[in-house]
Design a protein around this ligand. Sequence first.
Ligand SMILES: Cc1ncc(COP(=O)(O)O)c(C=O)c1O
Length: 379
Amino acid sequence: MGFSTKAIHAAIEPDPTYGSIMTPIHLTSTYVQEELGKNKGYEYARVSNPTRTVLERQIAALEGGSEGLAFASGMAAISTLFSLLNTGEHVVASHNVYGGVYRLAQGVLSNFGLEFSFVDTTDLDNIRKALKPNTRMVYIETPTNPTMEVTDLTGVGNICKDKKLLSVVDNTFATPYLQNPLEYGIDMVVHSATKYLNGHSDMLGGLIVLNNKETADRLRFLQKSIGGIMSPFEAWMCLRGIKTLAVRMDRHNRNAIDIAEFLAQQGKVKKVNFPGLVSHPQHRLAKKQMRGFGGMISFDLGTLDRAKSFLKRVKLCALAESLGGVETLISHPATMTHSFISAEQRRRIGIGDGLVRLSVGIEDVEDIRDDLKQALSGV
Ligand SMILES: Cc1ncc(COP(=O)(O)O)c(C=O)c1O
C-alpha cells in the first residue's frame, strides 16, 4: 500500500454500528462493564479511547512501527518519553532542538536529577564525545527547529545500538511522508501532531511511535499515570488532517523550494537555511534520508531592527508561533519559540536576533513571494 492510501485507510474501518465511513468521536469518560472483569477492551478514557486507538494505530502504520501513543501535545509526548529515565541519568540532545525541549530539560527535568548535554549532532563525533557512563538516551531533531540542521539517522542509530542507548527522533518537521527514522535503526519517533499531521492550525497533539513492545508498555503505563493524553475530539481532528498529508506536503515542498531560491537571491538576506538548497551543509544527507525537504525555512536579516521591520510589513504571511498549517506563518525564534535560551547560547547555535523562521503554506506561491518581496523592500 502506498503512503497516500495508508494515510486514508490504514487502521480505519467503517464503524460497525451504523457503517459511518468516518471514525466516530467517542465522547465518554468511562465504559459500562458487563460484569466484573468483563468489558469490550475499554475501561476508563485516560487509559484508552476507541477514537484515540485508531489514530495510534494509524500513525504507527505511517511511521513503519508497531506501537503508537497519542498525547495532549508534542510536549506531553516528549515529557512522557523522558520519564522513561531515572534520576542521575544523562541525555545527549541536538543543540538546536525546539526551545520548549530546552525549557523542559533545564527548567523542569534538571530538578529531578536528569542531566542533558546539548551538542551539534550534525557531527556524529560530538555525540560520541558527549557520552558518559550514565548516558541513557540520544535525542535528536532532524531537520532542526529553526536552523534546519540535518543529522545522520543511520549514524545515530548505530551509535545507540553499539552503546545500548535509546535513540529518539523528533520527526515533526519532516513528517512520516518525507522521512521514517525507524527504518534507519532509530528506536522511537516523536511528533508534535499540532503541526503538519493535523495541518490546519486548529488542534494540539503529540505522538510517539516505536517497535519495542516492552518500552511501549512502559510508555503506556507512564501515559496513564501522568495523564497527558490526547482527547477523542483532537484524535479525530488529527485523523482528518492526516488524510490529506501527502497532497499538502507535496505543495509545501514545492512552495518552499521556490521561496528558498527566491530568498537566496535577495541582497538583504544574509543567509538562508533550507536543506533543499545545494548550499546547505547537509544537502546530500537530506537527499539521502528524506523524500523531500519540507516546508520550513529560516533566514537571517542581520539585525533585530531589520527583522522587526520586516515582520511588521508582511501582510499575507501571519506573524505567529507554530508551523505546519496550510497558511504561511512567520516567526522570530529569538523572542518567540527560543526565548528561554540565553542570548549567548542562541548565538552559538545560529539563532541570531535577525533570524526569521518561515513555515511556507500551501497558498499560491506567487502570492507568498510577492508578500515577502514587498516586506523586504522596506527593510
Ligand atoms: C519540532 C517541535 N517539536 C515539538 C514541539 C512541541 O509541540 P507542541 O507545541 O504540540 O507541544 C514543537 C512546537 O513548536 C516543535 O516545533
